[in-house]
Design a protein around this ligand. Structure first.
Ligand SMILES: Cc1cc2nc3c(=O)[nH]c(=O)nc-3n(C[C@H](O)[C@H](O)[C@H](O)COP(=O)(O)O)c2cc1C
Length: 472
């Protein structure tokens, strides 16, 4: 396999020195040749025929690098557009939205989006350059299929070529646009060196070479520099073997191989979009979780979440909320609440069996990894001579406590920590204060069972608003 490049029949191309067995040696050198003299293509024109007429010298093993715009034009992917610049721009934006499957990033009016083929590009690859002022070109519908059709058309003339269809793209973190492969046939576009080793014996763990994009960029060196040259030929690469076009196409790869799957994308969303989405989803992450893994909850994280909770609104510029992390006295607390609960139910005339069945629900607080009891204190509460206003003032502080508890639960959820807000302490305030040794004006607002969930928390959709939002 590592014989001289000249003697070899075309085989899978590797243009670096062989790094492991089974890969071909580097070819002696490459030529990148422009194909000048091509027309401004129109729908229905024979692209292969035109290329061949302009470059009869195209030979076996050449790789044709074809600008997607030319393919779009012959395939009729032109849309009539208004010529007025503002209307044309608005229309172009509509087309971008129509081609968008996923918004990847947005800065100002610039949108980086994924189209239905999985290609991620600014404005879905739609641009109004190099087309008539009353038209806009969309990307080819299936650039891999377009490339395969070109390979087939050349095979029909006895030439075994590979084809790369290119688009010009900006790149994250790098200035300057380059051409990349959005369609391919009869060539290798992704050279996988993983599992091999370099000349020093270091194992190559992640190295995959984006040959398709390298070929596209090489082609652009001659296409881009000469106006009206939509096709270049890269000569000297070894294209995959196979006698029939089908065999050759089968031995190559499609440009889809260059698309990183969503799950492997470390940068799924632009930073601003991530922050926006995170904010929107934080509240939706919280739900009542009643069983926990038992893995310890980081106390620093818990402290941070309490700090967030204390930013909840409260009346009279007060901070009337306290959270008590109950560890030492948990058993005593639960026992004394249970005793009070049982006494209440017995007084209601319940049988022992029924009482046992009902109080079993208290198990959540036994099993939770941590429990926190929230309180509202009387600090800053105004006093009134009449009961109506005293009650209103109490309600005001209670609702402020509720806001802080919800804030704590949301903050925990945002850290991946689950919770269940349980009513119990509300019904046994005196027992709670006695066991935890707290002042008489501290009102417990339930208990919060906290722990790591068995399944990661995922945001749920907002509830239907219908009857809950009234207008008067
Ligand atoms: C003040 C309050 C007390 C609650 N008490 C209990 C309780 O005693 N036992 C329980 O299992 N859930 C309790 N919950 C949780 C509710 O049952 C739960 O919030 C509701 O079913 C909605 O589910 P979600 O929290 O997952 O949206 C309580 C919730 C609140 C706000």
């Amino acid at each position: 396999m590592n014989g001289s490049a000249g003697a070899r029949q075309p085989g899978p191309f590797v243009r670096r020195a062989a790094m492991s067995d089974g890969l071909a040696a580097a070819p002696a050198g490459l030529q990148v040749l422009p194909v000048p003299g091509l027309p401004d293509f129109r729908p229905g024109q024979d692209l292969a025929g035109a290329i061949l007429a302009a470059a009869p010298w195209i030979a076996d093993g050449d790789v044709l690098v074809v600008t997607s715009k030319a393919v779009s034009k012959v395939e009729g992917r032109l849309v009539a557009s208004p010529t007025d610049p503002a209307q044309r721009e608005a229309f172009r934006r509509e087309l971008v939205d129509a081609e968008t499957v996923r918004l990847v990033a947005q800065v100002g009016r610039t949108k980086i989006v994924q189209n239905s083929l999985g290609i991620i590009a600014a404005a879905a690859g739609i641009d109004a350059s190099n087309v008539r002022p009353d038209e806009i070109a969309l990307l080819p519908e299936d650039p891999d299929a377009s490339a395969a059709a070109l390979v087939g058309a050349f095979a029909a003339t006895g030439r075994r070529v590979g084809v790369v269809i290119t688009d010009t793209q900006g790149r994250a973190w790098r200035n300057g646009v380059t051409d990349v492969a959005i369609g391919a046939a009869g060539v290798l576009v992704l050279e996988d060196l993983r599992g091999g080793s370099d000349a020093f014996g270091n194992e190559l763990v992640v190295t995959q070479i984006g040959l398709g994009d390298e070929i596209a960029a090489a082609g652009d060196l001659v296409k881009g520099k000469l106006a009206g040259v939509p096709v270049a030929v890269v000569r000297g690469l070894a294209t995959p073997g196979g006698q029939s076009p089908a065999e050759q196409i089968g031995a190559g790869q499609t440009a889809a191989a260059l698309l990183r799957p969503y799950e492997e994308d470390l940068f799924r969303l632009g930073t601003d979009l991530s922050i926006e989405q995170g904010r929107r989803e934080a509240v939706l992450l919280r739900r009542t979780v009643r069983t926990f893994t038992g893995a310890p909850v980081d106390e620093q994280v818990l402290g941070r979440c309490v700090g967030i909770a204390l930013t909840a609104p409260a009346p009279h510029h007060t901070r009337p909320v306290r959270f008590v992390l109950v560890r030492k006295h948990r058993a005593a607390l639960l026992q004394s609440m249970l005793a009070e609960w049982e006494a209440d139910l017995a007084a209601d005339g319940w049988t022992e069996d029924r009482i046992a069945g009902r109080t079993a629900r208290g198990q959540i607080l036994h099993d939770a990894t941590e429990i926190v009891v929230p309180f509202v204190t009387g600090d800053g509460r105004h006093d009134y001579p009449d009961e109506r206003r005293r009650q209103a003032e109490r309600t005001m502080f209670t609702v402020a406590g509720g806001a802080a508890v919800q804030a704590l639960l949301v903050a925990l959820a945002a850290e991946g920590i689950a919770s269940a807000w349980i009513s119990s302490t509300i019904f046994a305030p005196m027992a709670v204060r006695a066991v935890l040794d707290l002042p008489p004006d501290w009102e417990p607002l339930g208990s919060i069972g906290i722990g790591h969930p068995h399944e990661p928390l995922i945001p749920r959709p907002p509830a239907p608003v219908d009857e809950a939002l009234l207008r008067r």
